[in-house]
Design a protein around this ligand. Structure first.
Ligand code: C2E
Ligand code: CA
Ligand code: CA
Ligand code: CA
Length: 277
């Protein structure tokens, strides 16, 4: 703490090279994980804001690391993106989610599933064909699948978005604009995007109840979505107060720890048995 500038810089360098090493380790281990079955999918419920009834679930990748335990995407998704492994990871998640969705259907549980898609996956010319193939192979109906693309990605390359959404929307797959509000999209651009749902970023939801401004922002997004005939999902709802505000301004769907955390498929199934529907 009391060391001079030079030593601070020294520690900084050690720290950085340590991180670089970590990345290489994560990459190698991730390659290994992709060959085996360490990657798994958790499901977080999306609920009707008013009734709390489950209307679907978001598939979120988890890594059952042999030494480090269960890892959330924050620990490895950047490395996956940088190394291109995200393509295989995303493909794995989609297959696992669709197979699980099919298995729930076989138990008379109709659970629409949302799956996150990265920019690298969209850039793959085979992407649309691969998705349709997975649906076909798993027997999960296209109209129960929604693909989530972040606003930043969608705005960075609208042409790719058009190319991908065309055939997939024709097949009945829905598209959601993820982390909405963080990408500074203009209304004119938004209007052109062939999406079905806005997911309002959790940063706005977590401000609800704390500042009057946040309420107006969410209200404005809702009004805009309504004119454009988009569905809206509020992400990261943690408190009853946030839920009450969302309900009062007419938000249809919500997701967050208040209703349910991401759960593995078995726990999600058990949780469904005890929830209002
Ligand atoms: P996201 O798509 O915005 O997903 C929502 C994240 O918010 C999840 O974090 C979820 O666990 C967390 N969350 C849900 N409710 C609450 C809440 O009430 N409060 C708070 N503070 N957080 C909440 P998670 O699972 O750690 O995933 C982080 C991000 O990693 C995701 O953000 C998504 O961008 C990415 N990701 C996850 N799975 C995949 C995947 O299969 N493919 C790709 N490409 N990205 C993924
Ligand atoms: Ca998402
Ligand atoms: Ca999000
Ligand atoms: Ca996010």
């Amino acid at each position: 703490k009391h060391a001079g500038g030079n030593s601070l810089r020294f520690f900084d360098q050690v720290d950085r090279s340590g991180q670089a090493e970590d990345r290489l380790v994560v990459e190698a281990e991730l390659r290994h994980a992709l060959r085996g079955d360490e990657l798994t999918v958790y499901y977080q419920p999306k609920v009707n804001c008013e009734t709390s009834e489950v209307v679907g679930a978001e598939a979120l990748v988890r890594w059952n690391h042999p030494e480090r335990g269960l890892l959330a995407p924050g620990a490895f998704i950047d490395v996956a993106e940088e190394t291109g492994l995200i393509t295989r990871l995303g493909d794995r998640v989609l297959k696992l989610a669709c197979a699980q969705g099919r298995s729930w259907l076989d138990q008379n549980r109709i659970i629409p599933l949302s799956v996150n898609v990265s920019v690298r996956q969209l850039q793959n010319p085979q992407f649309a064909a691969d998705v349709l193939k997975t649906l076909h192979e798993t027997g999960f109906p296209p109209h129960l699948l929604e693909l989530e693309v972040t606003e930043t990605v969608a705005m960075a390359d609208p042409d790719i978005v058009y190319r991908i959404t065309g055939p997939l929307r024709d097949a009945g797959i829905r598209f959601a604009l993820d982390d909405f509000g963080t990408g500074y999209s203009s209304l004119a651009h938004l209007r052109q995007l062939p999406f079905d749902t806005f997911k309002i970023d959790q940063s706005f939801i977590q401000e609800l109840g704390k500042s009057e401004g946040s309420r107006s922002i969410v209200q404005t997004i809702l009004a805009m979505a309504q004119t454009m005939e988009y569905d809206v999902v509020a992400e990261g709802v943690e408190t009853r107060e946030q839920q009450a505000i969302l309900q009062s301004i007419g938000c249809g769907t919500a997701q967050g720890y208040l209703f349910g955390v991401p759960m593995d498929a078995d726990i999600f199934s058990a949780w469904m048995e005890n929830c209002p529907s």
